[in-house]
Design a protein around this ligand. Sequence first.
Ligand SMILES: [Zn+2]
Length: 467
Amino acid sequence: MKIIRTAAIYARISSDQTGMGLGVQRQLEDCRKLAAERGWTVAEEYIDNDISAFRSKARPSYERMCEDIRAGRRDAIVAYHQDRLTRRPMEWEQFVELCDQAGVQNLATVTSDIDFGNDNGMLVARITAAVAANESARKSERIKRKIQQNVEQGKPNGGAQRPFGYENDRITVRESEAEIIRTLVQRFLAGESVRSLVSWMTAEEVPTTAAAEGWRTPTLRQILLSGRIAGLRDHHGEAAGPAAWPAIISVAQHHQIQALFQTKKVSGRRAPRSYLLSGMLRCGNCGNRLYSSIRRDRRRYVCLSGPDHRGCGRLTIVAQPVEEWIAAAVLMRLDTPAMDDVLTGRADTNDRQAALLTELQTAQSKMNELSEMWAGGEISKPEWMAARMPLEARANNAEKQMNQIAGANTLDALVGQGEHLTASWDTLNLDRQVAIVRAVLDTATILPGVLGARSVDYNRIIPSWQL
Ligand SMILES: [Zn+2]
């Protein structure tokens, strides 16, 4: 074990009387005691008098300590609690990186121990940092009291711009914009990406409510996610009850949108794609997924070998004919009576979705509670980990079911539309085409072909349908 000879003690006094509002003297005494228990030699004590960390006031002693760590003059850090050291997750990340680069592995706090060498310790530390940031945010709540009062009365909030879809009084619906919102929601629920919808709004030259600004993904995402358009009051990003203004979309649709965003967040499918069937084709030799590639100006799907891909590397098929065949099959399938049957008996989907969302949010908030209990020293780390496990399982399970429903919702808007979509297929952007194919097709296996065959043998394509 490394002998610690130049440890730093850090203490900070702050005006907040909640949580760890301890006098600096008490902090120092406890830190010195801890260092002594560990057999660490303290080289210097750094003390800051900080009125509110949340306003990111300068902390000269903290800066000086960081400088000493950077220069290799310190080999350990002792603080009373992690929230004395840093208050915002960002600051904590920077501090961790600094220690990492300087090779400082030992950080001890009186309330808990964090060892940089241990992944779990890191995770725990980051969660604690997030909780600490929450504490600070809570203090600014009072300033928002007026807004909250308005929200409670169902009145619209003030703000520079009128909300899209409503007149300046924030109550009357502006029908031309409401129509656009309904279209957006329908297309989003049918699987189109926000990015693609932004392009559409831009191409249609839909005016924004702000003077000189074009449409952007965050703006559109905010509109889609807002409870406002479903006639619900938003508060801190969550719907807080019926509002004084009329709804443009249904509450059920609002829940579907939330669920779909949640699903996207979880699956993280955001990489731009260039091929219709990327990720959906399997090699008939080895079962590995096929990758897109261009050879001699022709787009192909190929099985790739090597440590990154682990396929057999012995299968290739020209892209265009497969894409055309699959698209045609998908669209045809949308108009079959079998699809209608799939949709009947799913009327209770909305209720289930709302229930799953609640389940997911409950599990998540319970996990947050646990980490706060751990941060407050009410439970031990093993207890925390043990209690967390079943909650994680519940959250994962709810997410999985929400994924399935999101897929089914996409289908709702598509069934019976096959013929119509076939006519307009080539005018749809790739994003929308992919969403449609994905709603119907699970994967397609490509069987090995005859070497040197000039045309694609369609019998090589074995689709496996979602439903
Ligand atoms: Zn293969």
